[in-house]
Design a protein around this ligand. Structure first.
Ligand SMILES: NC(=O)C1=CN([C@@H]2O[C@H](COP(=O)(O)OP(=O)(O)OC[C@H]3O[C@@H](n4cnc5c(N)ncnc54)[C@H](OP(=O)(O)O)[C@@H]3O)[C@@H](O)[C@H]2O)C=CC1
Ligand SMILES: O=C1OC[C@@H](O)[C@H](O)[C@H]1O
Length: 383
C-alpha cells in the first residue's frame, strides 16, 4: 500500500527539489518503514526548510540500503544512536503502533520534535503522557493525520458547517482495502505490535467524523469485528457512533475485503458521506485526495454540484493562513509545511492538538471495547 502511494506520488506528483535554507530542520527517521518515502522523504524534497539527514534501522544493512536509495547521508544501526545525534532536530516515528509510545518518549527525552505516525499510541492514557511530556520538554509532537492538512477535508467541513445540508443527521465513512494488499505477516495483523484494522484504516473515518462534527462520540451504539486468525485482531470493523444531537455515524474499515460473490473484486473505499435534512455531501477519497477526489453536493431542491479542491480555494476567511500550495502537493506535503511552521514558531495552517489525539484514542478504545476485542496492549516501557 505504502509502496503504491509512493510510486504514484513520485510518478505523478513529484515537485521540483527546493534549494535548502541554511537553517533547514534536520530530520531523522526511526526505521526503514514502507510509508517513510511517501509520508516524509518525497514531501521534504520540495520543502526548503527540511533536510532528511539520517535513518536508523534495527539492521545496519537494511538502513544502508534505505539511505542509499533515498539519498540520506547518515545511517544508524539503532534508533537510540540516531536520537543521541545532537545534530538532529526532529524525528519521524513510523514504527509499529505498539512502539509509538516508547520511541516517542525516548525522542522527546533526547530533545527532538516528533512527527508521530497515526494512531498516536495503543491507549489514550499513553497519548496523554506523550503530550504532557512533550509540553514539559518544550518540543513539538504531531500525530500524522495527514488528510486533515489537505484543503479537501476542510472544504467538506465548511460545507457541513455552512448549513447548506440543513441539520446533520448521519455520516458514513470508510477505509476498506481489497484482499491481497496487506500480507499475513504485516505488522497490522500483529496484536502485540498494536495491530488491527480499527487501529489502521479505521482511525481515519473515526478521526474524520470527529473533525466534521467538532464533537466526540456520546456512546458507541454498535461495533462488530471480523476476526483475523489471531482473534484479538480485527481484519475489519463496522461500528455506529452516537454523536451529540442525535447524529449517527457509521464507520467501516477492512484490511482484506473478500471478493463479492467470491469472484467480483472489491475496490478501495476511502469516502465520507454526510447527510442532513436539506441535502447530502460526499467526499470521494478523503484519505489520499491528491491522487484523485471530488466533493458532490446534492440538495433536496434538486440542485447538485461537484468540487475538486487540490489547493486552498481562497486566501480569505478560514483559508487566510493557508500556504501558497501547488496542485501537486500531497496531504503529506501540506502536513510537513505545518510541522515545520509550528517548530519554527510560525502559525501552521492547521494543527492536530494534543487533546484531539487523546480523544481520538479514547474513541478507538471505546469501539474496541464495544466489539469485545478490547484495547491493544499497554506498553510496558517505563521512561
Ligand atoms: N500516514 C499514512 O498514510 C500511513 C501511516 N502508516 C503508519 O506508519 C506506521 C508504519 O507502517 P508501515 O510503514 O506500513 O510499516 P512497515 O512494517 O513497513 O514499517 C515499520 C517499521 O518498524 C520497524 N520495526 C521496529 N520493530 C519492529 C518489529 N518488532 N516488527 C516489525 N517492524 C518493526 C521496522 O524498522 P527497521 O527498518 O528498523 O526494521 C519497520 O521499518 C504504522 O504506525 C502505520 O499505522 C502506515 C501507512 C500509511
Ligand atoms: O493511509 C493508509 O491506508 C492504508 C493503511 O493500511 C495505512 O496504514 C493507512 O495509514
Amino acid at each position: 500500500m505504502a509502496g503504491l502511494i509512493d510510486f504514484i506520488s513520485r510518478k505523478l506528483f513529484s515537485t521540483p527539489e527546493a534549494i535548502k535554507e541554511p537553517d533547514a530542520l534536520r530530520i531523522g527517521i526511526l526505521g526503514a518503514a514502507s510509508i517513510a518515502p511517501a509520508a516524509l522523504i518525497n514531501p521534504a524534497r520540495s520543502h526548503p526548510g527540511v533536510v532528511i539527514t539520517a535513518v536508523a534501522a534495527r539492521d545496519r544493512t537494511r538502513a544502508d540500503k534505505f539511505a542509499k536509495q533515498h539519498g540520506i547521508q547518515k545511517v544508524y544501526a539503532s534508533y537510540q544512536e540516531l536520537l543521541d545525534d545532537p545534530s538532529i532536530d526532529a524525528v519521524y516515528n513510523p514504527l509499529p503502533n505498539g512502539l509509538h509510545y516508547e520511541w516517542t518518549l525516548k525522542a522527546i527525552k533526547a530533545g527532538k520534535h516528533v512527527l508521530l505516525e497515526k494512531p498516536s499510541c495503543n491507549r489514550a492514557e499513553e497519548t496523554r503522557r506523550v503530550f504532557d511530556y512533550a509540553k514539559e520538554k518544550g518540543v513539538v509532537v504531531l500525530e500524522a493525520f495527514h488528510y486533515r492538512f489537505h484543503p479537501s477535508a476542510h472544504r467538506l467541513r465548511q460545507i457541513v458547517s455552512s448549513g447548506e445540508l440543513g441539520t446533520i443527521q448521519s455520516l458514513k465513512g470508510a477505509l476498506t482495502l481489497p484482499r491481497g494488499i496487506v500480507g499475513a505477516d504485516d505488522i497490522r495483523y500483529n496484536y502485540s505490535l498494536g495491530g488491527g484494522s480499527l487501529m489502521d484504516g479505521g482511525t481515519y473515518p473515526v478521526s474524520f467524523v470527529r473533525f466534521l462534527t467538532f464533537a466526540e462520540p456520546v456512546s458507541i451504539t454498535s461495533a462488530h469485528a471480523r476476526p483475523a486468525p489471531d482473534a484479538r485482531v480485527d481484519v475489519g470493523t463496522i461500528a455506529t457512533l452516537a454523536m451529540p444531537g442525535d447524529v449517527s455515524a457509521t464507520i467501516e474499515c477492512d484490511m482484506a475485503l473478500p471478493p463479492r460473490f467470491w469472484i467480483v473484486p472489491r475496490m478501495f473505499d476511502m469516502g465520507m458521506t454526510v447527510k442532513g435534512d436539506k441535502g447530502e455531501a460526499t467526499l470521494f477519497n478523503f484519505v489520499l485526495p491528491m491522487l484523485y477526489h471530488y466533493i458532490t453536493v446534492k440538495t433536496k431542491d434538486g440542485k447538485s454540484r461537484t468540487e475538486k479542491v487540490y489547493v486552498p480555494p481562497s486566501t480569505e476567511g478560514e483559508w487566510e493562513c493557508w500556504p501558497k500550495a501547488e496542485a501537486s502537493w500531497s496531504t503529506y506535503r501540506y502536513q510537513l509545511e505545518a510541522f515545520v511552521d509550528k517548530i519554527q514558531g510560525r502559525k501552521p495552517h492547521y494543527w492536530v492538538e494534543a487533546d484531539d489525539s487523546v480523544k481520538q484514542m479514547e474513541a478507538i478504545e471505546q469501539i474496541y471495547a464495544k466489539s469485545g476485542l478490547g484495547s491493544r496492549p499497554a506498553s510496558t516501557f517505563v521512561l
